[in-house]
Each structure stands twice: as structure tokens, then as C-alpha cells.
Design a protein around this ligand. Structure first.
Ligand code: SIN
Ligand code: FE2
Length: 216
């Protein structure tokens, strides 16, 4: 009994090294789930989720917003970081300490001490929403890692290679998991398969992802 309990606790907080520079920190954000959700709610009250348009004219199935000194945006003019929310013309909400500290701690746990994110993209997936394979390459400096926090419904994450044609490996990302990739794998292709419907006890029928970056 007791041995089982310890094994489960250990498994929930396991660090899985998935590639050079890439670690999946199972359950790393779980202890702060309530503070994180409250912080996200406060951001969304000022900068609501919206479905942006790709440069090619497709509306994204994932709804997005941002906090921090830069927010990732896309429209007919291309992908970029912007200091102001184009929907309001106001600066993005500041990055709350609970978010920044979580990202810093996760990066350090994965071997990237001193991570200082200035942008946090907040992605909301409703059932069926997906993100096609892409590289994160709109940032100025690729020496900082990407820190990606998953909350709500589980999703299948595709972790590919340096070429779009490299067959991606699949990982299930669950509520509280944090995935960090940087160094040799900073520019890997990655994506998220269409979200399967379900009901999460705290977040209902959705998945929220926080993607922290050093953009500027
Ligand atoms: C992203 O690549 O921006 C999102 C990744 C995710 O939702 O897990
Ligand atoms: Fe990405």
C-alpha cells in the first residue's frame, strides 16, 4: 500500500528526458494549479482570448492571448511579437510573478538556469482545436529555451526534429505537466493533435497552454 502510494507520487513528479535539451517535467505545475488559473483569469479579463488569422488567411482553431512585455500575434502581415494587444491598443497585461517563477524554476530543473522570459503566449484549445507542426522562430535569441505548461484536458503533443518531414514522437501532456526544450532542440518542429473532448474537474471542456519565451 504505502509502497504503491510512494510510487504514484514519484511517477506524478517524474522528470523524463526526451531529447538533448528537452525534458518533460510530469506534474511540475500541479501544486500551483489554483494560483495559475486565477492569474490566467485576471489576464483574460483584460486581454480576452481571440482567434487570430495566419498570414495565409486561415483562422486559427486555437484561441490566444498573451502577457508580458511582448505578445505573439499573427495577421495578414505575418507572425511577430508586439508590445501592445492589437485588440485594445493597450500593453499586454504584465506577467504575474507566479507564472514567471514557475517558468524559471522549470527551466532550471531542465538545465537552463537563469531563464528570464519576457513573453507568455496563452493558448486555449476547445475540443477539436489543434496546432500544426511549426518551429518557434520569431524570437530574437535562440539561446533561451521554450517552457510550455499544460492545464486542463490532456493533449497529444508532437515532438519532431529539425526538418518538417522528420517523424514526430508523441507525448501525452496532462494537467500540470511542463515541457522544456532548448539548446540542441530549441528549433524542433512541434505541434498538438486535435483535442479530444472531455471534462476537466477545474477547467471543463478545454486545455490551456502557457508558452514562455525570451522574445526580445
Ligand atoms: C505552441 O507550440 O505554441 C503550443 C504548444 C502547446 O499547446 O502545447
Ligand atoms: Fe510552438
Amino acid at each position: 500500500m504505502v509502497a504503491d502510494l510512494f510510487e504514484n507520487l514519484f511517477d506524478e513528479l517524474r522528470r523524463e528526458d526526451i531529447a538533448p535539451g528537452a525534458a518533460l517535467l510530469h506534474g511540475f505545475a500541479r501544486a500551483q494549479q489554483h494560483e495559475l488559473i486565477a492569474a490566467i483569469d485576471a489576464i483574460v479579463a483584460r486581454a480576452p482570448f481571440r482567434h487570430m488569422m495566419t498570414p495565409g488567411g486561415h483562422t486559427m482553431s486555437v484561441a490566444m492571448t498573451s502577457c508580458g512585455s511582448a505578445g505573439w500575434v499573427t495577421d495578414r502581415g505575418g507572425y511577430r511579437y508586439a508590445a501592445n494587444d492589437p485588440a485594445s491598443g493597450q500593453p499586454w497585461p504584465e506577467m504575474p510573478a507566479v507564472l514567471r517563477d514557475l517558468a524559471r524554476n522549470a527551466a532550471a530543473e531542465a538545465g537552463f538556469a537563469g531563464f528570464d522570459p519576457d513573453a507568455c503566449l496563452i493558448n486555449r484549445y476547445a475540443p477539436g482545436a489543434r496546432m500544426a507542426l511549426h518551429q518557434d522562430k520569431d524570437e530574437r535569441d535562440f539561446s533561451a529555451p521554450i517552457v510550455s505548461v499544460s492545464l486542463g484536458l490532456p493533449a497529444i503533443f508532437q515532438f519532431g526534429g529539425m526538418a518538417r518531414s522528420d517523424k514526430p514522437r508523441r507525448y501525452e501532456l496532462r494537467h500540470g505537466d511542463v515541457l522544456v526544450w532548448g539548446g540542441e532542440t530549441r528549433l524542433v518542429y512541434h505541434g498538438v493533435l486535435a483535442l479530444k473532448d472531455g471534462e476537466h474537474p477545474l477547467l471543463g471542456r478545454q486545455r490551456i497552454n502557457l508558452t514562455f519565451r525570451k522574445a526580445l
